[in-house]
Design a protein around this ligand. Structure first.
Ligand SMILES: Nc1ncnc2c1ncn2[C@@H]1O[C@H](COP(=O)(O)OP(=O)(O)OP(=O)(O)O)[C@@H](O)[C@H]1O
Length: 251
């Protein structure tokens, strides 16, 4: 489980996260939605230990990223929005480096590499240097890196951005398989149909706070909307649905 408790964060005196609190349960896929600039990436970077909160507390399992970042890293995989692949390394070399950093060696390391190679269909890329990789290829390698040590928790920041249909399908299949294995998954996205299809639970952020939380169906019931997109707009922008005018009746 991931727990975010009363996180505050400001940049240059401007509050971005304001007493932000939520839980992400195990074995579920949770989506974090919000308008551009709502604070999703800042929140995810704090959970990963890449950014310090001004106040509040985060727990990833039983580890706190600000006091025990190494313990968090062992049980967390991250697919971020600013992916830096080491362009001189082949995919195999790159993933080996990360697996070794996670303490894997010998037969266990080879097994871990083979598992992500198969799972993410990396055969054709395996011995290529990552320089010049397409967006979809980079995502696959990033996801393989995030999963190579089989973390309990997985965080993805807009993972489908720029991906083609097959890459999205592969990602979806992988996330569903991880969920079935009990992994705790938190991802941010702007793609409503994808969120509606994949997520067990949706968190809607606006101005650095959670303004809605529940299943897509619960959010629809709460807002009186018929789609997740409309529920999101109602919650994030305060725009409630209006009844469509009936033909022949004055608007
Ligand atoms: N390092 C930084 N320095 C200054 N301001 C920052 C920094 N990081 C984020 N911000 C600001 O914090 C706010 C929230 O940014 P953040 O990237 O967390 O939003 P987001 O919800 O992920 O947005 P998007 O959907 O556009 O990716 C924005 O106004 C952004 O400009």
């Amino acid at each position: 489980m991931i727990r975010v408790e009363k996180i505050c964060k400001s940049f240059e005196g401007q509050p971005v996260l304001r007493d932000l609190s939520f839980d992400v349960p195990d074995g579920r896929i949770t989506a974090l939605l919000g308008a551009n600039g709502a604070g999703k990436t800042s929140c995810l970077r704090i959970v990963c230990g890449l950014l310090q909160a001004d106040s509040g507390r985060v727990l990833v399992g039983d580890a706190n990223p600000s006091t025990d970042p190494m313990a968090v890293r062992r049980q967390l995989g991250v697919v971020g929005d600013r992916e830096g692949l080491y362009e001189r390394l082949t995919v195999r070399e790159y993933l080996s480096v990360f697996a070794e950093m996670q303490g894997l060696s010998g037969a266990a390391l080879q097994e871990a590499l083979q598992a992500v190679r198969d799972e993410l269909e990396l055969d054709a890329l395996w011995n290529r240097r990552t320089k010049g990789f397409s967006q979809g290829e980079r995502m696959k390698v990033s996801l393989a890196r995030a999963l190579v040590h089989r973390p309990q928790h997985l965080i993805l920041d807009e993972p489908t951005r720029g991906l083609d249909v097959l890459a999205v399908r592969l990602l979806r299949k992988t996330l569903l398989r991880l969920r079935a294995a009990g992994t705790t998954i938190l991802f941010s996205s702007h793609v409503m149909p994808e969120v509606a299809e994949l997520s067990d639970r949706v968190l809607v952020m606006a101005a650095g706070q959670i303004v809605g939380a529940g299943t897509p169906g619960e959010l629809a019931a709460e807002t009186g909307c018929s789609s997740l997109e409309d529920s999101f707009v109602a919650l994030a922008y305060g725009q409630r649905p209006v009844a469509a005018p009936v033909e022949g009746e004055p608007a």
